[in-house]
Design a protein around this ligand. Structure first.
Ligand SMILES: Nc1ncnc2c1ncn2[C@@H]1O[C@H](COP(=O)(O)OP(=O)(O)OP(=O)(O)O)[C@@H](O)[C@H]1O
Length: 627
């Protein structure tokens, strides 16, 4: 027997579940862990003789693994909980791949598509380990597991999942701390003891420094959910401080530490965090492309591949051109709209969607809080084409639906209210900044509209990930101006391809007063011209609307000029016609951007000095209210 195979068999005995799930990851099913444990040779023979069924991963119906939770090594009580309380019949593929590895105690980095069940992937093994502690853990032992998340909403969502999963294990206490909540109440909860704590980084650091009764000497797990977003939001320094206080890899702590890092997208920023926080990690989902369709020759070396993953020192190295995983059943489209017609096209598309299917959930993403506020007010008040509707029609909103808004400048209580409302509503339109882009699991969202570009391809992936979750169907639509068309190439670099939305067909479907259908370009389409006129007269007659529109215009231009280096060549602020941008906020005139008539400034800039405008915008960038 050669040395490598001997090593493999030894590892098979030590980590049977891990190897089985490694095989699942590579598309082989029907392997029984106990058989592997008893007779490792069975595995090799079975593969060679083609006894195992090969399934390809990533097909729409290939969300679930063909095994059950108990075969992954989880406690029967927890499996019952997953089935009875959560309604989970079988693990998803990522759960089947990762849970046994996490149970083995290794540090793990998980990269799996949005909506594939990453939350339970990390919560279940932690609960499994804690429930079997003998004697039972107590509140006075303090915190054993820490889950770090980027936003308030995700914090609440993970906590809700925890509550359900812990129903049978009442001695394991879940808790959360996050910005916006009452500090003293949090202190009191921490004093009593929280076994599994979900936290946003800023507030956690605050308590680590100032709450002496916060016991964390028994900390066994640090989990970074949406790791890349935590760093993008600028929490890098806080994370380093947190790791300094808690001990990054657990080398200098008494308790053996296991750190986990998860996201649907990983970028270069994660490399550093992974390398300082993960010790020799097992990487799940990062090399699927290499392993999805193994040839016969590759098949015989599956075992050694698996062992390599387990035994090789895992230095994380993600590049910026990483291909992202998207739900296969997601229908992704883009619509090319000239700047001045953006708003009327958005309203037309929304009207069409809610007329076709009155009961559905849709999310529209905007680049700034001001834009969310403006569009929320507009959609809640705009009754439509003034001279083309009968008296009865006039009483109905132009887009008939329940309209909600969510962004980071809202009061914490209002955010909580919206979050819960959009979760439970059967039909609603949510207008949001990227605060909703990450991790949030709103059931049955049918369509995602990215009215303002997401910029980074990672954000595109997470925004569209709010639909088409867990094998359900879903649509996404990205608005692009003709001058931004190169963004499609940027997405393509990450394996994302979109088809074009038939805008003209949609517009031609609206009733028109005049029968003249001849027009030279989309923006001259009679339906859009008529709607734009109505909008502008509505907005100019309402002082509040006008003010909101002006604010939204200014923030939008600031946000547009704040794209990072490479993307600036696609989203070029100097190519914008600010008069058209104003039209996209229903404004007849361009508002002043920096204290004097923008019209004048912009014309001057175009004619003579482009630098002046860029300088002014650079200064304003600091105040972009993006999330
Ligand atoms: N095994 C399972 N069976 C049925 N439903 C499941 C299972 N695991 C998770 N789910 C459900 O799937 C949905 C998505 O799960 P989750 O939010 O954990 O996905 P995610 O991978 O973390 O997504 P994102 O990347 O967007 O954060 C949730 O509604 C969750 O309850």
């Amino acid at each position: 027997m050669n040395k490598k195979l001997r090593g493999c068999l030894c590892t098979l005995r030590n980590f049977p579940n891990v190897v089985v799930t490694e095989l699942h990851a590579k598309g082989f099913y029907g392997v029984n862990p106990s058989l592997v444990e008893a007779a490792p040779r069975y595995l090799k023979l079975a593969m060679e003789e083609g006894k195992m069924k090969k399934k390809s991963i990533g097909q729409p119906n290939e969300i679930f693994a063909s095994c059950d939770f108990s075969s992954l090594g989880l406690h029967p009580g927890l499996c019952d909980q997953l089935r009875d309380r959560m309604g989970y019949e079988a693990p998803t593929l990522v759960q089947a791949q990762a849970i046994p590895v996490i149970l083995s105690g290794r540090h793990v980095l998980v990269n799996a598509a949005t909506g594939t069940g990453k939350t339970v992937t990390y919560l279940a093994p932690v609960i499994h380990q804690l429930q079997k502690c003998d004697p039972r853990i107590q509140r006075s032992d303090g915190t054993f597991a820490l889950v770090l998340v980027p936003t308030h909403e995700l914090c609440m969502q993970v906590y809700e999942n925890l509550q359900k999963l812990l129903h049978r294990f009442h001695w394991i206490v879940p808790g959360y701390i996050m910005g916006g909540e009452n500090r003293s109440k949090e202190k009191a909860r921490l004093r009593k003891g929280i076994s599994i704590l979900v936290a946003t980084p800023g507030r956690l650091l605050d308590h680590l420094k100032h709450t002496s009764s916060f016991i964390h000497k028994n900390l066994r797990w640090i989990i970074f959910d949406e790791a890349d977003r935590i760093l993008e939001l600028g929490f890098g320094k806080e994370i380093e401080e947190i790791l300094d206080i808690l001990g990054s890899k657990g080398d200098d702590t008494e308790v053996v530490r296991q750190n986990l890092l998860l996201s649907a997208t990983l970028n270069e920023k994660v490399n550093h965090l992974a390398n300082i926080s993960l010790e020799n990690p097992v990487m799940i989902g990062l090399d699927d492309k290499k392993t999805q369709q193994p040839s016969n020759k590759q098949t015989t070396s599956l075992i050694s591949d698996a062992i390599e993953r387990l035994e090789n020192s895992g230095k994380v190295s993600v590049t910026s051109n990483e291909e992202y995983k998207l739900p296969a059943q997601l229908n992704q489209r883009y619509v090319k709209v000239p700047c001045g017609s953006r708003l009327v096209v958005l309203l037309s598309i929304l009207k069409n969607l809610f007329t076709g299917e009155p009961s559905q959930k849709i999310v529209v993403f905007f680049s700034t809080c001001d834009a969310v506020d403006f569009h929320h007010e507009l959609l809640s008040q705009f009754y439509g084409l003034s001279n083309s509707q009968s008296e009865t029609e006039k009483k109905e909103l132009f887009v008939k639906c329940n309209i909600l808004r969510l962004h980071g400048n809202m009061k914490h209580e209002d955010r909580v209210k919206t979050f819960n409302a959009f979760k439970t509503e059967k039909s609603a339109l949510l207008l949001s900044t990227d605060v909703s882009a990450r991790g949030l699991d709103f059931p049955k969202v049918r369509c995602i509209i990215q009215y303002d570009s997401p910029g980074e391809a990672t954000e595109y992936v997470h925004r569209v990930g709010r639909t088409a979750r867990l094998g359900e169907r879903g649509d996404s639509l990205l608005f692009l101006q003709p001058i931004e068309a190169d963004y499609l190439q940027e997405l393509k670099k990450h394996g994302v391809t979109l088809t074009e939305y038939p805008l003209l067909k949609l517009l031609d479907g609206f009733p028109l007063k005049s029968h003249a259908r001849k027009f030279v370009s989309i923006e001259m389409h009679p339906w859009l011209v008529c709607l734009q006129k109505s909008l502008e007269s509505f907005i100019s007659s309402e002082a509040k609307m006008k003010k909101l529109g002006q604010n939204a215009f200014c923030s939008w231009v600031r946000a547009y000029s704040a794209h990072r280096g490479e993307l600036k060549s696609i989203f070029m602020v100097k190519k914008l016609h600010l008069g058209h941008v104003a039209r996209s906020f229903g404004l007849k005139e361009q508002p002043s951007l920096v204290g004097r008539s923008v019209q004048k400034k912009h014309t001057e800039k175009r004619k003579r000095d482009q630098k002046t405008q860029r300088g002014g915008l650079k200064k304003m960038r600091k105040t972009v209210n993006k999330v």
